[in-house]
Design a protein around this ligand. Structure first.
Ligand code: ZN
Length: 425
């Protein structure tokens, strides 16, 4: 194993120091370290963060390897500064058995670019009718702790209650895609002034807020951990604030795109802006940003949703919802939050690692800590070119935008997965 001596790096925004990485861990920190056998990296001007952790990634394998594979998605993640991603269960076949979650877990290990932690489905086939084998997935080699039907809402309150009760046995968490399906039938975009103007069927904020309100009450009743995926409305923030004040064990995520983009983008009719939940209003964006800073929203999660060209470059009504996120998330966070490195580390690494139970991730670089970290150049600005992304898909909403920040290097257990801004393998 090669040792690496990272010189003059600011650890989570602190004063410049050196980091010696050896045998998979941070061996030493301090000014003026020497290690004759180590490869030296000059990190003057760079910031070291604990490797980012994404709680919400769609890797599409098995089933849609034309859109993404575990390997291509892992490479996109490493280039985005991630060292761990949680892979959503809406693959084909669905990750609703020990066999499928172990397959995804094994593919992640083989790719070796990030730790891929599979999420198990809550219900068989995501059909919302009967519980999947949650215990068998928890006991499998993949040690599943997060369960989600993401893409679909667990709409049946009795099933949701049973899932929450079940995961308590192994300190699991149910991650809900909050969307009351009866309120969003035929929905194409956020229900509001813009949808009225365009004559498109609306997805009302209340469809999200009603499910979150129901589920925080269920989680309180059962005493279980609940996580809310991709919170998108100001009203949801108020429900979460209320639940947290009551001591409900609920955590919540917001996506980069919901922190930056609004429903005005739909005016272009470019399906790259079609996403579920939809882009909301500027007032929602402002509320989500404030909630993220305050901690009512715990984390940023990408909802990285690669789609093949034929599923995205078509009429708005027929396009699949979803956007790429892994390779641009840190830049969007930097744009939205500014260089608040401790806050960025908390929302994009430490807190998601805690929620997912990934003990070797989300730890600030310090002696003895597993060397899962990323080096960011905050002064760099880059133009996003879809063709240059490592994802197999091209559906980024940030094409040709200039974004701040660049990932220079990423280390997974002391081995570089990215160096000089390029994937090592
Ligand atoms: Zn979702």
């Amino acid at each position: 194993m090669t040792a690496y001596l990272i010189r003059n790096v600011s650890v989570v925004g602190g004063a410049p120091t050196d980091l010696l990485i050896r045998d998979g861990v941070v061996a030493e920190t301090g000014a003026g370290l020497t290690a004759p056998d180590a490869t030296v990296l000059d990190a003057t001007g760079l910031v070291a963060l604990p490797g980012l952790v994404d709680l919400h990634t769609h890797l599409r394998e098995p089933g849609r390897e034309d859109a993404e594979t575990v390997e291509s998605g892992s490479r996109a993640a490493a280039l985005g500064g991630y060292t761990a991603v949680c892979a959503m269960a809406n693959t084909s076949p669905v990750a609703d058995t020990a066999g499928v979650v172990e397959q995804v877990w094994r593919l992640g290990r083989e790719a070796g670019l990030v730790d891929v932690q599979p999420i198990g489905a809550v219900t068989v086939g995501l059909a919302g009718e009967r519980l999947a084998e949650l215990g068998a997935m928890a006991d499998s080699a993949a040690r599943v702790r997060i369960f989600s039907d993401d893409g679909h809402c667990v709409a049946d309150p009795k099933l949701m209650r049973r899932a929450l009760e079940y995961v308590k046995a192994f300190d699991g968490v149910v991650a809900q895609h909050a969307e009351e399906p009866r309120l969003t039938e035929g929905a194409q975009m956020h229900e509001g002034e813009v949808s009225t103007r365009l004559g498109l069927t609306g997805w009302p904020a209340v469809a999200e807020e009603a499910i979150i309100a129901r589920d925080v009450l269920l989680a309180e009743h059962v005493g279980s951990r609940l996580h809310i995926c991709h919170v998108s409305t100001a009203g949801s923030v108020e429900v979460l604030r209320h639940a947290k004040a009551r001591g409900v064990k609920v955590t919540a995520e917001v996506t980069p795109h919901h922190l930056l983009l609004t429903d005005e983008k739909a005016i272009t009719y470019d399906p790259v802006y079609k996403v579920n939940p939809p882009l909301r209003t500027a007032a929602d964006v402002a509320a989500l940003r404030a909630a993220l800073a305050e901690g009512v929203i715990d984390i940023v999660a990408t909802d990285h949703a690669p789609h093949a060209v034929e599923d995205k470059e078509c009429e708005w009504a027929y396009a699949r919802p979803g956007m790429l996120g892994l390779e641009t998330a840190l830049s969007i966070a930097l744009d939205v939050l500014g260089p608040q490195w401790d806050l960025i580390a908390e929302r994009m690494s430490r807190a998601p690692a805690r929620i997912a139970g990934l003990d070797s991730h989300g730890l600030d670089p310090a002696p003895g800590v597993p060397a899962n970290l990323t080096l960011v150049d905050p002064a760099a600005r880059r133009v996003i070119e879809p063709a240059e992304l490592a994802s197999r898909s091209r559906n980024t909403p940030y094409a040709r935008m200039t974004l701040p920040g660049r990932i220079v290097a990423t280390f997974l257990r002391g081995e570089p997965t990215v160096l000089d801004g390029k994937a090592v393998k």
